[in-house]
Design a protein around this ligand. Structure first.
Ligand SMILES: Cc1cc2nc3c(=O)[nH]c(=O)nc-3n(C[C@H](O)[C@H](O)[C@H](O)COP(=O)(O)O)c2cc1C
Length: 170
């Protein structure tokens, strides 16, 4: 046994490798900007924050089309994808060569009363209002106060992403 502590290592490659092990549900975060354009991106970095008040955190890369739209007061949705919505994840994840409103061809989308894009067939869909945000490193972490919850009767499992692969769980 040696007293030399192991060399610390936090390089981005090593960090990303560790994060690949973090299994997460797959979601689409979507909003309508002030010019009426709909935008959406796939995100696993979505977390329940508090039940009182009901709130979530979403972490979106600042270079993404959506990030700057996550401003205080802006409405957005988080659609929690079901196992049959892998194509939607790929489209909104920028892996099908479509951007902007063309991503919404994937899946059955409608507008809520507040004009927020809502995905049909998702496990759950939360409507939120940005209450706070913090830009940290590459990402914007936005706190969404939940303003409405849409739930559909379904037997479909949730879509999970881990180690670069999709799984159905639940
Ligand atoms: C399964 C999956 C999970 C992802 N999770 C996130 C995430 O949590 N945050 C993020 O900023 N980007 C995430 N991405 C990447 C974005 O969805 C992707 O870069 C997208 O193209 C960004 O939208 P844009 O091209 O309109 O800027 C994920 C992609 C996939 C396929």
């Amino acid at each position: 046994m040696t007293n030399t502590p192991p060399k610390k290592s936090t390089g981005p490659g090593r960090f990303k490798q560790a994060m690949r092990s973090l299994a997460g549900s797959v979601n689409v975060v979507a909003l309508q900007d002030p010019d009426g354009n709909v935008l959406g991106v796939t995100a696993t970095a979505v977390c329940s924050l508090s039940a009182d008040p009901p709130s979530v955190i979403v972490c979106i890369n600042q270079n993404s089309s959506l990030a700057k739209g996550l401003e205080i007061g802006r409405l957005f949705s988080v659609s929690v994808l079901s196992e049959h919505q892998k194509d939607i994840s790929e489209a909104f994840g920028g892996r099908k060569g479509v951007s902007g409103k063309n991503r919404f061809i994937y899946g059955e989308w409608h507008r809520s009363e507040d004009n927020v894009p809502i995905l049909h067939g998702a496990r759950a869909c939360l409507e939120c209002r940005v209450d706070n945000f913090m830009d940290y490193g590459t990402h914007r972490a936005a706190v969404g106060a939940v303003t409405d919850v849409h739930l559909e009767e379904m037997d479909d499992a949730s879509l999970i992403f881990v180690n670069g692969q999709y799984f159905s769980v639940g």
